[in-house]
Design a binder for this molecule. Structure first.
Ligand SMILES: [Zn+2]
Ligand SMILES: [Zn+2]
Length: 739
């Protein structure tokens, strides 16, 4: 192979998934015409084989050519990463200071990462047949495996892939065959896109604000534009999105729609497919690897005309990109908080710029970042100030909860109003963003409290499952009856969780059915849909839940919303705490009075005079945001400055802190004269999690350029630190949480 002159061989620069921040040079195969960048290759890497992505073909290698290893083989004819995604990957690697090989791998579906051919294979699914839909599973009492399968299938009428069935049912195939033989289940193949309807629902008549927003975007579809669509809850943002998408489709292009994890509901898909007669594909974390690849290919080929997905869908290849829409742009789930810590909204803007297409960000409660971008004329604002239809914005009141006796879940005034609204035939919604029964379990006699052995945190009491559970590391142990220290039966709970709220309502309002919706009651597939059905149908009159209930759902019969437990957000160690609180309160309040019935929102607080809370209640989210922005500016916090967090964790606090202290010293001498602010190292607000000690070094600068030139040195400086061996470290640019 090396007999011919190596000089004629080209140098292929390859991104390999490693923690190293560079690409690697290899000798290209002889007699192979050079492929386009973005194809996969198999290469030797250390002692293993790796799958890499071709970044570019060079004439000169960084090291002596005879030291280079040859490429083993070329996997693709056509790039799996088209030029715009390759450019996005390079940009993201630079901006987030994450290794290019790791970034590009992250962008690919798992099967492509593993080297499988990037071609579609339809996947079999199993689903309940018409004859099995209403069958009572109890009739299968003698065949428990078939019974369990039937229940699963009934809960997932769209069908399930083998991979998903494998996870929940050991050795399920014989039982499935039996169900199929009886005609209760059937095997089908699943297309990555829906079959478009021939007749679609007509568009709603838009009000003047909606029309104006639609016109503004649609008269600028040929080029990069950033729009912030700010509309109160119920103002019809989705209708504007649909109007924009129709125009994009009319131009023969595709639309990419990013939604928060929690916003990807069957109702949303229903709404899109009933209005748009084109193939639509959906990308989310519950797809099997095969389904994900098929969806990815349908977008890359142009077959799927509308792509709806959560965070990672920003990396979907598009054959004919036309526009990117981000619903609920402020939502925290757009930020990835481990590994490659990117923000999908921010990457959407970069990608739209590369592609020269518009990007539309919608929210009732825009992030402070986006509002500042509007102020500074980087984004154009579109405003929907009124609700569509007859519904009025709800009236919001703060209830002083300081006088509520301990042991009483909700204040007496809230209880009274609940009674009145229920008596009038309406539904009430009680929001508390904390699941479980109570966050603290203590002994009255000796002061013992149930703490996690691996985290600096209390364990949450879960009465239903009879467990203590750590919400930070997932540790569980049985709920003790007597104190583990003094053995007395003096244990009591402190604080409130959704389980306890549910118990309270069952006790005090026994005549009304309640439903609780949080991560505990929706763990099994299909449970969420069942619970939502109880809520939508009006069967359940009292709806209790966490943010799962707060976002994106329409409950037209809800006229009273009670909000509990917001005080901790006001005094959070995280400077973004109040912003998240205000967004959540506004979202939850938006659940009230959506139909003809006027709504009322009651917020319990022990800090009823808090200035930010006061601004939010009396003058609305925008007034809150103005006040919060002023506070951020005065304190020199983002979005007025740029931040990056260097995190380290180790088996001891000294290791984590010592590593960051050494890094700080190096950075300081390297960045002399630079206007960068280094804060710390300091222990993380929750120092110990899952048995490891965590510390932070905070970098802050007024100019992104300054911050990035400092971060650029970090990998090199770390490589020279002997302390690096005992820590795991990472860079988080624009961190969205400080824990
Ligand atoms: Zn005790
Ligand atoms: Zn824990």
């Amino acid at each position: 192979m090396h007999s011919s002159s190596t000089d004629s061989q080209s140098i292929w620069h390859i991104a390999v998934p490693t923690p190293l921040h560079t690409g690697f040079d290899y000798l290209g195969p002889v007699h192979t015409p050079p492929p386009a960048a973005g194809v996969r290759v198999r290469v030797p890497f250390g002692r293993r084989l790796a799958i890499g992505i071709l970044l570019e073909i060079k004439q000169q290698a960084a090291v002596e050519q005879k030291k280079l290893k040859p490429i083993l083989n070329l996997i693709d004819v056509n790039p799996v990463l088209p030029p715009d995604l390759l450019a996005l990957g390079r940009w993201a690697s630079d901006y987030y200071h994450h290794p290019i090989g790791a970034v590009l791998h992250h962008m690919l579906p798992a099967l492509v990462r593993q080297g499988l051919p990037a071609v579609a294979h339809t996947e079999s699914i199993w689903r309940v047949a018409a004859a099995g839909k209403d069958l009572d599973p109890a009739s299968l009492q003698r065949a428990p495996k078939q019974q369990a399968l039937l229940v699963t299938l009934q809960q997932n009428p769209a069908g399930l892939a083998a991979e998903v069935l494998d996870a929940g049912h050991a050795n399920w195939r014989p039982a499935m065959q039996a169900l199929c033989d009886k005609g209760w289940a059937e095997r089908a193949s699943l297309a990555p896109v829906n079959t478009p309807r021939t007749v679609v629902q007509p568009a709603f008549d838009l009000n003047p604000d909606q029309q104006q927003a639609l016109n503004a975007v649609c008269s600028n579809l040929n080029g990069f534009n950033r729009w912030l669509l700010e509309g109160v809850t119920g103002s019809g943002k989705t209708e504007v999105y649909l109007g924009i998408i129709e125009q994009v489709l009319a131009l023969g292009r595709q639309a990419l729609v990013l939604v928060p994890e929690i916003g990807l509901t069957p109702q949303l898909l229903q709404r899109f497919s009933s209005r748009l007669s084109v193939p639509i594909t959906v990308i989310h974390s519950h797809l099997s690897d095969r389904q994900r690849l098929n969806a990815w290919l349908s977008a890359a080929s142009g077959e799927a005309r509308v792509i709806i997905g959560t965070r990672s869908a920003i990396f979907i290849p598009l054959a004919r990109p036309g526009a990117i829409i981000i619903d609920e742009e402020h939502d925290g789930s757009f930020k990835q908080n481990d590994g490659f810590r990117y923000h999908a909204r921010d990457l959407a803007i970069v990608r739209a710029q590369h592609l020269d297409i518009p990007v539309v960000m919608g929210s009732a409660t825009p992030s402070l970042e986006s509002l500042l971008n509007v102020q500074q004329a980087r984004y154009q604002r579109l405003h929907l100030p009124v609700r569509t239809g007859p519904a009025q914005l709800p009236h919001i009141t703060v209830l002083d909860a300081r006088n509520t006796p301990a042991g009483q879940a909700i204040s007496s005034p809230l209880q009274q109003r609940v009674r009145q609204h229920l008596a009038a035939g309406n539904q009430v919604l009680i929001f508390l963003n904390r699941r479980g029964y109570a966050p603290i379990y203590m002994c009255r006699a000796c002061g013992w409290s149930a703490d996690c052995q691996r985290c600096d945190a209390h364990m949450t009491v879960h009465r239903v499952r009879d467990l203590l559970c750590c919400h930070h590391c997932g540790a569980e142990r049985p709920l003790p009856r007597n104190c583990p220290d003094c053995n007395l039966a003096e244990l009591f709970v402190l604080g409130l969780g959704t389980e306890q709220v549910e118990e309270y309502f069952q006790e005090h309002f026994p005549d009304y059915k309640s439903v609780r919706i949080d991560r505990d009651t929706t763990r099994r597939k299909g449970q969420l849909e069942q619970s939502l059905q109880l809520a939508h149908s009006g069967t359940a009159r009292i709806l209790i839940g966490t943010q799962m209930l707060a976002k994106g759902h329409h409950f037209p019969q809800v006229t009273l919303v009670g909000i509990l437990g917001i005080d901790q957000a006001l005094f959070s160690a995280d400077f973004r705490g109040p912003e998240y609180m205000a967004q959540l309160v506004t979202q939850v309040s938006g659940r009230a009075g959506r139909a003809e019935r006027a709504g009322e929102v009651l917020i319990e607080s022990r800090q009823p005079q808090h200035p930010l809370l006061h601004a939010l209640i009396t003058r609305g989210y925008r007034a809150f945001a103005d006040a919060a922005l002023a506070e951020r500016q005065a304190a020199q916090l983002p979005p007025y400055t740029r931040m990056a967090l260097i995190r380290a964790e180790a088996v001891s606090a000294q290791h984590a802190l010592g590593f960051l202290a050494a890094l700080r010293t190096q950075l300081q001498s390297n960045m002399q004269g630079s206007p960068i602010l280094l804060l710390g190292p300091a222990p993380a607000p929750m120092e110990r999690r899952a048995g490891r000690y965590r510390a932070h070094l905070l970098l802050q600068a007024n100019q992104p350029r300054v911050l990035h030139s400092a971060l650029q040195c970090v990998p090199v400086l770390v490589a020279g630190l002997p302390q690096r061996k005992s820590v795991r470290w990472s860079i988080d640019v624009d961190p969205s949480e400080m824990f």
